[in-house]
Design a protein around this ligand. Structure first.
Ligand SMILES: [Zn+2]
Length: 166
């Protein structure tokens, strides 16, 4: 998956912190996110310390979204619904252009295919994505979108689908 967040101004997208810590609630290893991501998505940005490295918990069902050594933010503290943590619709996939799992399913059920991935890619290539400040994971959604399309396609077709992963 090519990275869409390599902005022309600032080539390095993911921050190099001391590495992600373990979630205080579920104990699973988090994923490093930038302070900018946390500040952009938490309701009370003033609670986000600029000097603490934050991690994002990806565990489905775990209530903690972001945590650092000294604080944590739960689902209620975050402005958007975290698709990765949800099992019921609406499950947001692409936060920059507002596509949900339901959009993909509906498209595939109606047409057998979907152009959503291509549409997102076009925008990404045009430089219009803002994953770092819109996606709670702080990273590009294309991997998640691709996976959802594959699942939805398998769900309606018995035929094996050609693997389009490059
Ligand atoms: Zn957790």
């Amino acid at each position: 998956m090519s990275s869409c967040c390599s902005t022309p101004k600032d080539g390095t997208c993911p921050p190099q912190t001391n590495g992600p810590g373990l979630c205080p609630a579920c104990g699973k290893k988090g994923k490093s996110v930038t302070t900018l991501t946390v500040k952009s998505l938490v309701r009370d940005h003033s609670r986000v310390s600029a000097s603490e490295p934050y991690s994002f918990c990806r565990t489905v069902g775990c209530d903690i979204v972001y945590f650092s050594g000294e604080s944590s933010f739960r689902k209620l503290d975050v402005k958007v619904r975290v698709g990765l943590k949800e099992t019921e619709d609406p499950i947001p996939l692409c936060y920059c252009f507002n596509y949900t799992r339901e959009d993909i399913r509906r498209d595939i059920q109606a047409n057998g295919t979907t152009k959503i991935l291509e549409r997102i890619k076009e925008e990404v290539q045009g430089g219009f994505c803002a994953c770092e400040v819109k996606n709670p994971g702080g990273s590009c959604c294309l991997g998640e979108v691709t996976r959802t399309i594959q699942q939805a396609t398998r769900a309606i077709a018995v035929l094996p689908i050609p693997d389009g992963d490059a």
